[in-house]
Ligand binder design. Structure first.
Ligand code: FAD
Length: 589
């Protein structure tokens, strides 16, 4: 069995690998991994009347998808047409051509745009999976072809009670992002929870939700009013449970069976036994890439040095390694090998450190700057999480800081009171900073000079950076990085702050710094595939019977981030393409 922590070299193809002989079980479509890629492929398979077996390594379904925002980016969907968002395939193509530049691959983008709307509709029609438009602009809204709204959609919230006992089989969201140890909160609910007494509506919303949660906790391990990626997984899981699809938990892929010039099945470990499963139509790999495999990170992502990831712990490259062993190849010709977010590190009572996602309340808000190890600004802080980390890497290269790069967000007490900072929630939820200072989560100084010393920056440079930024806050124009100059920035800003919703002075002591690290949300380097998600061998030809989707394949977005949902969206579309293609090939005899 291929174990996490290692990487196999590209083998030149090895017909007969996995051995010939009897099979313990037969299906038409064999899927590995139960994140968005695997769940979608399984649903598409059942809709085409195929026998489906979905094998998941862990004891729960959902992978990283279950902890995600549940946003999908797919242009020109039924929803965007109904809302008259003005999208078209041509417009989206124009945007992507500019966004992806030299990395644009017309075969992948034609496939993505050609099937996007159809795939999303197929995932929704006659199933429990539902998406609604969110009012987000594309991430670079001033580029030709960008839209102010219409391409990002979110999975609709879900009542976990519909799954009954199987609710416990859905992997929960990130613990620290839930309230009271188990209550999911959607972005639309945040204002109610921040100011529950500001209106009758907010008060009612919060009390109703709290009462429901209290009741839930008598029967369930967490709240059943679920949101975001968790709702997406639960909805897809419920859909599959209503079909004849088989779902095997605790059943990892061991190796692929390659015989007679095609992948004819795989060896799966179930209840401690290795079973040979025949797949008459094909095998879809969707085991979530390699974010948790340090050896593969070094091999495929060494030019973006990082240690942190927020992806599921089980995603150690099993699918990629199994495919490499039958002659597949990995595509690293990408703008970056990951999808990035700044993260902060929190230490538990035992001293273990965990990466936590960039503040979901304070992100992009006015009154915070990001600085390098000298105390110099280097980025528009209201840009996307991905763009901030890409700027961290670029800046480290330009300054020669390399692996020694050190970055902080710097703000003042007023900012934390209003918006929070990382894990610190806004007032009145964080009344004292003491616990956070003692655990070294934040650094605090009564003056900027003192803060600079605390974080190892140059006091004069930091003070000058803050002073210059404060001048921009007065004029409303960030002459250095254009913060608050586009619709994406404004969407994250505070509309009550004038003249620029993304700029406010940093001038109320104490001053506070939060160290930030580059972390992946998932990997984008992955198996080389064609537009039908067929895995390509070292010779560039499809390996018959073998498909990949989700983060298993090299991203069609090539490690760039045109809009919210650029992993979940393409994962669904390429799962659709894969199943359509393998079903059209017919069953191998
Ligand atoms: C906090 C957070 C928020 C995010 N929000 C968004 C968002 O809103 N929109 C967006 O597009 N992206 C988002 N992302 C990124 C996105 O969630 C992931 O890139 C995506 O979920 C990957 O999907 P996947 O199906 O490839 O893998 P996963 O969802 O991780 O599923 C992979 C599954 O494969 C299983 N597996 C691993 N090895 C084996 C094996 N040997 N055999 C069988 N099964 C195996 C794993 O256990 C896991 O269940 C977010 C990520 C994070 C961390």
């Amino acid at each position: 069995m291929l174990k996490g922590g290692g990487v196999s070299e590209t083998a030149g193809g090895s017909p007969g690998r996995g051995g010939a002989g009897h099979f313990d079980h037969e299906t038409d479509l064999l899927v590995f991994g139960s994140g968005v890629g695997g769940l979608a492929a399984s649903i598409f398979g059942t809709k085409r009347g195929l026998r489906v077996l979905l094998c998941e390594k862990s004891e729960q379904v959902g992978g990283t998808t279950a902890t995600s925002g549940g946003i999908v980016w797919i242009p020109n969907t039924r929803q965007s047409r109904e809302a008259n968002c003005g999208d078209s395939e041509e417009r989206a193509r124009l945007y992507l051509k500019i966004e992806l530049g030299d990395y644009y691959r017309s075969d992948l983008i034609d496939a993505f745009l050609g099937s996007g709307g159809e795939a999303l509709a197929a995932l929704e029609d006659g199933t429990d999976v539902k998406f609604d438009l969110v009012g987000w602009p594309d991430y670079h809204p001033d580029q030709p072809g960008a839209l102010p709204k219409g391409r990002s959609l979110q999975a609709r919230s879900f009542d976990g009670r519909e799954l009954g006992d199987d609710f416990k089989r859905v992997r929960p969201p990130i613990h620290r992002l839930m309230l009271l140890g188990g209550m999911s909160i959607g972005a639309d609910e945040v204002p109610h929870f921040l100011r529950p007494f500001s209106s009758w509506k907010s008060f009612k919303h919060v009390t109703t939700k709290l009462l429901r949660y209290a009741g839930d906790r008598l029967r369930y391990p967490r709240g059943t009013d679920i949101r975001n990626g968790n709702a997406l997984v639960a909805r897809a899981y419920l859909t599959l449970k209503k079909t004849k699809a088989e779902i095997w938990l605790n059943s990892p892929l061991v190796e692929l069976i390659h015989e007679g010039g095609r992948v004819s099945g795989a060896v799966v470990c179930k209840d401690g036994r290795n079973l040979r499963i025949r797949a008459t139509c094909g095998v879809v790999l969707a085991t979530g890439g390699f974010p948790r495999n340090p050896v593969m990170r070094e091999k495929f992502a060494s030019h973006f040095p990082h240690q942190q990831t927020l992806a599921f712990t089980g995603n150690v490259g099993d699918g990629i390694n199994a495919a490499l062993a039958v002659g597949a190849s990995v595509d690293t010709h990408l703008a970056s090998p990951g999808l990035w977010t700044p993260s902060s590190m929190v230490r538990d009572a035992q001293g273990n450190e965990t990466a936590v996602i960039y503040g979901y309340l304070d992100r992009g808000k006015p009154g915070v700057i990001a600085v390098d190890r000298r105390g110099r600004r280097f980025v528009n802080e209201s840009n996307s999480y991905h763009d901030i980390v890409m700027a961290m890497f670029n800046h480290a290269r330009e300054t020669g800081d390399g692996k020694d790069a050190l970055y902080h967000f710097v703000c003042d007490r007023n900012f934390v009171r209003k918006y929070g900072l990382g894990l610190l929630r806004p007032s009145p939820m964080t009344l004292s900073l003491k616990k956070w200072i003692d655990s070294k989560y934040i650094t605090v100084g009564d003056t900027l000079e003192e803060l600079a010393k605390g974080i190892g920056a140059d006091p004069k440079t930091l003070a000058a950076s803050v002073q210059r930024h404060n001048e921009f806050a007065k004029t409303g124009v960030d002459l250095d990085f254009g913060k608050g100059s586009n619709a994406y920035n404004h969407n994250l800003g505070d509309p009550g702050v004038k003249p620029n919703p993304n700029l406010a002075p940093i001038d109320e002591a104490p001053y506070i710094a939060l160290r930030i690290h580059a972390a992946t949300l998932g990997t984008t380097a992955g198996l080389k595939t064609d537009g039908d998600a067929c895995v390509l061998g070292g010779d560039g030809r499809p390996i018959p019977g073998l498909y990949a989707c989700g983060n298993e394949l090299a991203s069609a977005m090539r490690g760039l981030y045109p809009g919210g949902g650029v992993t979940l969206g393409p994962a669904i579309v390429f799962a659709y393409r894969a199943v359509k293609h393998l079903a059209a090939q017919g069953k191998a005899t």
